[in-house]
Design a protein around this ligand. Structure first.
Ligand code: GLN
Length: 481
């Protein structure tokens, strides 16, 4: 009999394992079969680690996630397993070490089935910049799954794995979670170690997770969070028992409804779903308070100065000398650099490097980079001011539901505007999550909740309470049922 294990969440699989209804090896085979059957239509996986997974499942496993199959975004270094960042530049890079997030999940007993497709170097909102081609949205194969963690999101939504890692520099966990009908968490900057996570914009990058429920996110977070001697920006802040904190009462919590989240770009049908979700939270005992973030409109321009600036510095290391793509038949060192980079990077990455180099160059540094840093500090102040008055902020994750593949490709600015509700959160370093809140024309939409620094526990608990009161997170794309 074919199991229905792919319809369960992590919690459900842990229960089944504990009761002896299935073994880790049984789960590995089931999910590998799902991947073999469905991935050709979706393009979620760039590398499968079936042999490694089978070997691991045949050995005794211990830990809070023992026997749970997972996938990692191909931006996390995995020892002995190719890690590409979906770039030609790293197409044959095999790291000699594991990222801390990968190692901690291994120590918790999880089993990795493969590495997932993404936008090249995590730059994008649609998964179309990957050198391996676009990922398709399981709810509608003509649409994008969101980016840049689109392979992870589509894999979880289609039941190819019960949960997966992602990274979020400006929305890349929350936006694909919203587009694919999943729960996605971006923790506070520094909550998870960035060691072994290939850098895009170091002051914004944070690892996160995609799963079906807030409860599953709590289980993934509790085993990965915490200080790491290998990342000086990882925080020493004590790790809370997130799963235990889920049942905290929602009564008495105040939720700030951000006025500026209702700007002209918001699809009215998504706005209506936000209102309905807020009404659910209110009925569950939360108090809604109107708040304002007057400088929110600056977030996209600030982000698209700072993220390219940091990326141009981080990506300078790909010079064709130490590792990464190396051009052949070159006559000089100069030509080696130029051709290796010219051949190794795709158009979006090149655009970012050029913008970044420009805003950092002499004469423009003060006008663009420094000004953006100052504006970022003001934006962060605005957030902290309202978060001193309310427990959480709520609004949409994205202005629209998933768009069509190719629809925004010719116009980077329209693509960048898709991040309007998410990238401010990275600029302020705050934790946030997206949870399913309903559908527009059969496509899922996400509710975003934002917390004060290190307030992951209340964030997850309010999301969990919402999921106890609603069924949206249980919906599955019919084609992959
Ligand atoms: N879409 C944003 C960008 O293209 C965010 C990407 C991300 O979070 N990695 O930069």
């Amino acid at each position: 009999m074919r199991g229905e294990w792919h319809t369960r969440d992590v919690r459900g699989l842990l229960d089944a394992l504990a009761r002896g209804e299935v073994t880790p090896a049984g789960l590995v085979e089931h999910f590998l079969e799902r991947i073999a059957e469905h991935d050709p239509a979706l393009n979620c996986f760039v590398t499968r680690t079936a042999d490694e997974a089978r070997t691991r499942a045949s050995r005794p496993l211990a830990g809070a996630l023992a026997g749970i199959p997972l996938a990692h975004k191909d931006i996390f270094c995995t020892a002995g397993v190719r890690t590409t960042c979906a770039s030609r530049m790293l197409s044959d890079f095999v790291p000699p070490y594991d990222a801390t997030v990968v190692r901690r999940l291994d120590e918790a007993g999880a089993i990795v089935l493969g590495k997932t497709n993404m936008d090249e170097f995590a730059m994008g909102s649609s998964n179309e910049t990957s050198v391996f081609g676009p990922v398709r949205n399981p709810w509608d194969l003509e649409r994008v799954p969101g980016g840049s963690s689109g392979g992870s999101a589509a894999a979880v939504a289609a039941g190819l794995v019960p949960a997966a890692s992602g990274t979020d520099t400006g929305g890349s966990v929350r936006q694909p979670a919203a587009f694919c009908g999943l729960s996605g968490l971006k923790p506070t900057y520094g909550r998870l170690s960035r060691y072994g996570m290939i850098a895009f914009a170091s002051s914004l990058d944070q690892a996160g997770f995609l799963a079906r429920t807030a409860e599953d996110l709590a289980r993934l977070l509790v085993v990965t969070a915490g200080a790491d001697a290998r990342d000086a920006t990882s925080s020493p802040e004590a790790v809370v028992d997130y799963p235990a904190a889920l049942e905290a009462p929602i009564r008495g919590r105040t939720i700030g409804v951000v006025k500026e989240f209702r700007d002209a770009g918001l699809d009215p049908r998504v706005a209506r779903l936000v209102d309905e979700a807020l009404a659910v939270l209110e009925r569950s005992g939360a108090r809604l308070v109107d708040v304002s973030l007057p400088r929110l409109g600056l977030a996209v321009p600030i982000y698209y100065i700072l993220a390219p600036a940091e990326c141009s510095a981080n990506l300078a290391r790909y010079d064709g000398v130490r590792y990464g793509h190396r051009a052949r038949d070159v006559a000089s060192l100069e030509e080696l650099y130029a051709r290796s980079r010219g051949e190794g990077f795709g158009p979006e990455v090149k655009r970012r490097i050029m913008i970044g180099t420009y805003v950092l160059s002499h004469g423009y540094y003060d006008a663009y980079y420094l000004k953006a840093e100052r504006a970022r500090a003001l934006l962060q102040k605005d957030f902290l001011r309202v978060l001193a008055e309310v427990d959480l902020l709520a609004g949409p994750t994205t202005p629209t539901v998933a768009f069509r593949i190719g629809e925004k490709n010719d116009d980077p600015l329209t693509m960048y505007l898709n991040d309007i509700y998410t990238n401010a959160v990275n600029l302020a370093g705050l934790p946030a999550l997206s949870i399913p809140m309903g559908f527009v024309d059969g496509l899922p939409a996400g509710l975003q909740l934002i917390g004060a620094p290190f307030a992951e526990a209340p964030l997850l608990s309010v999301a969990h309470r919402y999921q106890q009161a609603t069924e949206w997170h249980r919906a599955r794309p019919p084609r992959f049922a």
